[in-house]
Design a protein around this ligand. Structure first.
Ligand code: URA
Length: 225
């Protein structure tokens, strides 16, 4: 995630989704139409063969996602950075190292999570994503969520949290609470927090991220106990 891109999503949060905001609610409800027998494999094939937006074109390197096909915990970042696009894997480089440490601090191993991003590619020149591009990529992300069927999603960064909740609030306002995402027949808990790439630059926010992670741990303990 480039510095430039994340600054845009933080500073323009008031405008990101215009009138699509869900207001102050802790619940976001949405239904989507998706192909029968959908699977991560099918979604990846669609991304590779037919998905086109202002940023992603067929044939471009993409970072689709990694992890078990069905799992309790899904991690959703904003978009890949240069480190990630080289390996076609999310959260590589320093941000990835920090993410692994953050998970380890709450006794979660990275390999038990399905990890992906809202945006699957790096637009030319590493420019910011447009709202149209986010909207074009969003249905793929929602299909990924239905396929993975997590109990809990951690949304890392403003773009991830706002995209999933259809919210205009800043990540600083969204974090610190658990939300409910009602997607078709599923009810998924969503925990927004700061993106590790942002925490690398703004270390004083790590304390708040730690509070969010503790909340995630407590939720997982309750869910498994
Ligand atoms: N790398 C990713 O894959 N996603 C982010 O949001 C940041 C870095």
């Amino acid at each position: 995630m480039s510095k430039h891109r994340e600054q845009q999503t933080d500073s323009q949060t008031g405008n990101l989704f215009g009138d699509l905001s869900a207001g102050e609610s802790l619940t976001h409800t949405e239904s989507i139409v998706f192909p029968q027998d959908d699977s991560l494999e099918k979604i990846l094939a669609d991304v590779k063969s037919s998905h086109t937006c202002g940023a992603c074109k067929p044939g471009m390197p993409i970072v689709f996602g990694v992890g078990p096909e069905h799992t309790e915990l899904m991690l959703i970042g904003e978009g890949p950075g240069i480190d990630d696009i080289k390996s076609e894997m999310p959260f590589q480089g320093q941000a990835g190292v920090l993410l692994t440490k953050m998970l380890a601090a709450i006794n979660v191993s990275r390999s038990e999570c399905y990890i992906c991003n809202v945006i699957k590619c790096v637009p030319p020149g590493e420019r910011n994503f447009s709202i149209e591009e986010i909207e074009d990529c969003r249905p793929l992300l929602l299909r990924q969520i239905l396929a993975v069927n997590p109990r809990l999603i951690i949304a890392f960064g403003a773009l991830a949290a706002q995209t999933l909740l259809r919210s205009k609030k800043t990540i600083s306002d969204l974090r610190g609470s658990l939300y409910t995402l009602r997607l078709n027949d599923r009810e998924i808990t969503l925990a927004p927090t700061f993106n590790p790439a942002y925490l690398l630059r703004v270390a004083e926010k790590k304390r708040e991220a730690w509070e969010d992670l503790k909340m995630v741990r407590e939720f997982l303990n309750r869910a498994s106990g």
